[in-house]
Design a protein around this ligand. Structure first.
Ligand SMILES: [Zn+2]
Length: 273
C-alpha cells in the first residue's frame, strides 16, 4: 500500500511539471564557428516499402559544436572529460538564470561578472549545489542569422565579432566557492566575441564545468526553481556534441512563488510554452 501511495504522488508531480525546450533544431542553418565544415543531412529512405508500410531513415554529418550544443571539458583542457566520460550526475541540476540583457544591449562586449552573480544571490539566495548557470543576454532573437548572432558585417572574420560572454574570473570564483556543473549562454560562445585565446573556455575545461552554447528560451525561465537536463549526444571520445536541453518547472512551486511575490493570479496559459 505504501508503494502505491508513492506511485500516485510521483505521477501527480509529473503531471504538474512543465517542460521547456531549450534547443534549436539542428540543420544546415544552425550557428557554428565559421571555420567548421558544413552540416549534411541525407535521406536514405522516405516512402512506402514493398511491404506496404512507411519507412524513413536518414544519415547526418555534423560538427560537434553546432547549434545548441555542449562543450565537454576536453574541448579546451588536456585530460578533461570527453563527452562519453561526463558523469550522468553532471548533466542534471537546478537552474540559476541571470538576466544581463539591459547591460548587453548597451554594451555588446559585456561579460557576465562576479558582481552579477553576487547581485543574483542577494535577491534569490545562495547558488544551489550542482547548479546550471544560464546567461540571458537578450541575444536569442538574433538566432540563427549569423550577421546578427556574431554582430558583424563579415562573418568570416572572427576579429570583427561583438557579442557578450562570461568573465573567466567568474568561472574561477564559482569553481572555488560554489558547486556549478554547467554554464549556458544564449550566444554562440561562452567567451565574448572579442576574446583572445578563449580564456573562459579554458577555465571551464580546467574546472570540469560544461559549457552550453546557443541555448534557446532562457528568457522564459524563472530566475530560480527550474531543473535543467543536458541531453547531450553520448559521443565516444567527443569534445562536446549537439544536445536537447530541457528545463523542468514544477507548476505548483511556480504558483506559490508567484503568489508570494504578489504578482497576482497565475495565468492559465503558461507563458513558457
Ligand atoms: Zn562549443
Amino acid at each position: 500500500m505504501a508503494e502505491l501511495t508513492v506511485l500516485i504522488l510521483s505521477v501527480t508531480c509529473v503531471a504538474a511539471m512543465k517542460v521547456v525546450d531549450m534547443s534549436y533544431p539542428l540543420d544546415e542553418f544552425s550557428i557554428a564557428w565559421p571555420t567548421f565544415p558544413p552540416y549534411k543531412f541525407t535521406i536514405l529512405n522516405r516512402g512506402l516499402t514493398r511491404g506496404g508500410f512507411w519507412l524513413e531513415t536518414n544519415s547526418f554529418d555534423t560538427p560537434e559544436h553546432k547549434g545548441t550544443h555542449v562543450d565537454a571539458p576536453s574541448h579546451f583542457h588536456r585530460n578533461g572529460w570527453r563527452t562519453h566520460q561526463i558523469p550522468a550526475s553532471r548533466l542534471v541540476g537546478p537552474a540559476v538564470v541571470v538576466d544581463i540583457s539591459a547591460k548587453a544591449n548597451s554594451d555588446p562586449d559585456y561579460l557576465l561578472s562576479i558582481k552579477d552573480l553576487q547581485a543574483w544571490e542577494m535577491k534569490h539566495g545562495r547558488i544551489p549545489d550542482n547548479a546550471v548557470i544560464l546567461m540571458n543576454s537578450g541575444w536569442a532573437y538574433r538566432y540563427p542569422d549569423p550577421f546578427w548572432v556574431f554582430n558583424t558585417n563579415d562573418t568570416a572574420d572572427t576579429r570583427t565579432f561583438h557579442f557578450p560572454g562570461i568573465d573567466p574570473d567568474l568561472v574561477a570564483w564559482l569553481a572555488n566557492r560554489r558547486d556549478v556543473i554547467a554554464m549556458a549562454v544564449d550566444t554562440p560562445s561562452v567567451d565574448r566575441g572579442q576574446a583572445k585565446d578563449f580564456p573562459t573556455h579554458q577555465h571551464l575545461g580546467r574546472y570540469s564545468i560544461l559549457g552550453v552554447e546557443n541555448v534557446k528560451n532562457i528568457g522564459r525561465l524563472p530566475p530560480v526553481g527550474a531543473t535543467i537536463v543536458i541531453g547531450v549526444l553520448n559521443i565516444e571520445d567527443g569534445s562536446g556534441g549537439p544536445a536537447r536541453i530541457l528545463a523542468l518547472i514544477d507548476d505548483k512551486c511556480e504558483c506559490a512563488a508567484t503568489a508570494a511575490a504578489g504578482r497576482g493570479r497565475y495565468p492559465r496559459r503558461p507563458m513558457w510554452n
